[in-house]
Design a protein around this ligand. Structure first.
Ligand SMILES: *Cc1c(COP(=O)(O)O)cnc(C)c1O
Length: 432
């Protein structure tokens, strides 16, 4: 690229962008307070007061209940384990299918496999990057038990239609809301629309404590089952009082959040609205400017809804500009900015699904007596996801503080420069 006359000059962005970091003094003080106060974990795996965790874990859960106006909040040590707990909470197991998006972090679908149920992948909408209701409906079989919806990039899925389908076919909805804390769909907070919502406090997320997660629900039984999954629940089942005193078959593990991490997450959660607002302001500014290019398409947002821009996604239409996505990205990089292409590989294309193999000696659960008919993970099952991955999707973290609107102006300048010099980029493509 540097051989191109166009990019011989200095890049438009001269200094490298600083990383997003929302950890500050308040978190530092909180950590010191916990260390002095002891214990560092409040959990004990026996029935009683400490089965549900310590002081800070309970405080964090209380804040979630209040903010999201839900009856129950159950913290986990990650969103991955919380998702696993969510699937288990619904009683889903071998022989069951859960419809989900292949355009997500692998943990979304693994949560289904960890319960020995099968993920069935439906396609997405090209403008929201979330599940397409029509594709969900097409994939329903008599084994389908739930839809695991992913609110991708900070957006929300099309819940009016998805909830309608769930009702019609008597399916449960789990929301993977790891990327959209504080986002809304038609006025409702995402994570509260389905039967269970899951959040992440992983280092890369909007609010974080290193690693951590949360599950919220209004259903007492789901909350209890999630609590059992989190803390070796099988051992306490004899001592617990259920609604009808019936035995709940379940297997638990150690998915507990520590007190220090909970204390950091509390401080982070208090900042959520402020942190979201900073991103939304930057993203709205960028979106407005991007409209001048008919070959770049920002994400669709449903009316009266809030996208919280965990990352900023937009589509690249190669036919309209006449150059490849890869060339555009090279040219943007030459101007000092970075862009990611394609997001994750569609999950069904990774070896575990292609080979239907997660154990060295067995194809369970993919090929088993529980699944006499075959679930397909063939290339081509989700054409929109594949098109986004291979050709159209671009993502940027530029809409995160400490970026300012000035940097976004420079970003626009770089895109304009590329558009004005598209002929020399075509020339570059011919030669390379
Ligand atoms: C990050 C993420 C997860 C997993 O979160 P962890 O807390 O890292 O386990 C799950 N789903 C989505 C969509 C994510 O972005």
């Amino acid at each position: 690229m540097d051989k191109l006359a166009l990019f011989k000059g200095k890049p438009i962005l001269k200094e490298s962008l600083k990383f997003y970091n929302s950890i500050g003094k308040k978190e530092e003080i909180a950590v010191a307070r916990v260390i002095k106060g002891w214990p560092l974990s409040g959990f004990v795996g026996v029935a009683g007061e400490y089965f549900l965790g310590g002081k800070y874990v309970k405080e964090l859960e209380k804040l979630f209940k209040k903010y999201f106006k839900v009856k129950y909040a159950v913290s986990f040590n990650s969103a991955s384990t919380a998702l696993q707990g969510a699937v288990a909470a619904l009683g889903i197991g071998p022989g069951d299918e859960v419809i989900t998006s292949p355009y997500t972090m692998s943990a979304t679908a693994s949560a289904i496999l960890f319960n020995n149920a099968l993920p069935v992948f439906a396609d997405i909408e090209e403008n929201s990057f979330c599940l397409n209701p029509k594709s969900i409906e097409k994939n329903i079989t008599n084994k389908t038990k739930a839809i695991l919806v992913v609110n991708l990039f900070g957006n929300s899925a099309n819940y009016d239609l998805i909830s309608g389908i769930a009702k019609k076919y008597k399916l449960k909805i789990i929301e993977d809301n790891a990327q959209s804390p504080g986002g809304t769909y038609k006025g409702k907070l995402t994570g509260t629309i389905g039967d269970i919502g899951v959040f992440s406090f992983n280092f890369h997320k909007v609010i974080q404590c290193g690693e951590g997660g949360m599950l919220i629900t209004n259903n007492k039984k789901y909350a209890l089952r999630a609590q059992l999954v989190r803390n070796h629940g099988e051992v306490v089942i004899d001592d617990l009082y259920f609604d009808k005193k019936i035995y709940e078959p379940i297997l638990g593990n150690n998915y507990r959040l520590t007190e220090i991490l909970a204390a950091i997450a509390i401080e982070q959660f208090k900042k959520l609205d402020k942190l979201n607002k900073q991103r939304i302001d930057l993203a709205n500014y960028l979106t407005k400017k991007l409209y001048q290019f008919d070959w770049l398409v920002p994400s669709k947002i449903f009316e009266n809804s809030k996208h919280v821009y965990y990352i900023y996604p937009f589509r690249f239409l190669a036919k309209k500009i006449g150059i490849k996505r890869a060339t555009f990205v090279k040219a943007i990089k030459a101007e000092g900015f970075s862009l990611s292409v394609g997001y994750q590989k569609p999950l069904y294309l990774i070896p575990a699904y292609q080979k239907k193999e997660i154990y060295p000696h067995s194809h369970f659960p993919f090929i088993s007596k529980e699944y006499p008919h075959k679930v397909s993970y063939r290339k081509g099952i989700c054409p929109v996801v594949e098109r986004m991955y291979e050709k159209e999707l671009l993502t940027t973290t530029i809409c995160q503080p400490p970026t300012t609107k000035k940097t976004l102006d420079l970003f626009m300048k770089a895109i304009k420069k590329i558009e004005e010099n598209v002929e020399s980029l075509k020339e570059y493509e011919r030669k390379n």
